[in-house]
Design a protein around this ligand. Structure first.
Ligand code: UTP
Length: 233
């Protein structure tokens, strides 16, 4: 039997061109994916283009769902960049960017890699990745971002924030709060709507710093990794 698919969310901040060595990171990502046995669903966040576009429209567009649609367009742009690069590196990438998780899960049955962005208003790509992991029966959803771990509080505002290496989904929900989509763009460490979906479907998660692809490689291989493991209980 084929190994269960893997699902990896790549925070949009990982694609920032001003980050040094981004092209080296992208080609290492391609190498890393080619060395995996399982098929891999990649869900790409909106990052800087999403933030900029939402900020541009916000003063004249007071509607969260409309701003979300702008954010989704940015995630799909970033997904197209990643998909084309991986295809250019000779990986078997599903053609097109699926617009829902059911089509992405079907793509994973036929291709090594499926790359997608957002789907519909009301959540972020963390929730899309979690939904894809559930749909594709992945054992865990990996969320690669630009922080090393989940912290006990927001490290950007609290100097006493501690890193957490292992926690339960319930403990994560205490940190991220109830499943509400308050505004378009910019959120905490993981979308609280995705955390609720993980709880409802008994899906373990992981949060790790995607700038360090060795950590991502360890997590994809099911080995111990630097980051936070979030277990069902
Ligand atoms: P991101 O997934 O990049 O979310 O989507 P984020 O929380 O703003 O960014 P990170 O995780 O901190 O990098 C960007 C925006 O696009 C909309 C939301 O407004 C989100 O904030 N979006 C995205 C949706 O409405 N639906 C989706 O499926 C995906």
């Amino acid at each position: 039997m084929m190994a269960a698919p893997l699902v990896l969310a790549l925070g949009g901040s990982l694609l920032r061109p001003e980050e040094s060595e981004r092209h080296a990171w992208l080609s290492s990502l391609a190498d890393l994916l080619s060395s995996c046995d399982a098929s891999i669903g990649i869900v790409v966040g909106g990052g800087a283009p999403a933030r900029e576009a939402i900020e541009l429209a916000k003063p004249v567009l007071n509607d969260v769902a409309a701003l979300d649609e702008i954010g989704i367009a940015a995630t799909r742009l970033n997904a197209a960049i990643v998909a084309q690069i991986l295809q250019g590196a000779d990986l078997d990438v599903c053609a097109g960017i699926p617009s829902d998780v059911a089509s992405a899960a079907r793509g994973l049955e036929a291709h090594k890699v499926v790359v997608m962005g957002g789907t519909r208003p009301g959540h972020t790509t963390d929730n899309v990745a979690i939904r894809l992991a559930i749909e594709a029966k992945a054992a865990r959803c990996l969320i690669a971002t630009n922080v090393s771990h989940v912290h006990s509080s927001d490290p950007r505002v609290d100097a006493d924030a501690r890193i957490i290496e292992s926690m339960s989904l319930a403990e994560l929900q205490e940190i991220v709060g109830p499943p509400i989509h308050g505004k378009a763009g910019g959120s905490g460490v993981i979308d609280p709507i995705g955390v609720q979906a993980a709880i409802d479907n008994n899906l373990p998660l992981a949060v790790l710093d995607g700038r360090y692809l060795d950590r991502v490689a360890d997590a994809l291989a099911g080995k111990p990794f630097i980051g936070t493991r979030i277990e069902v209980e």
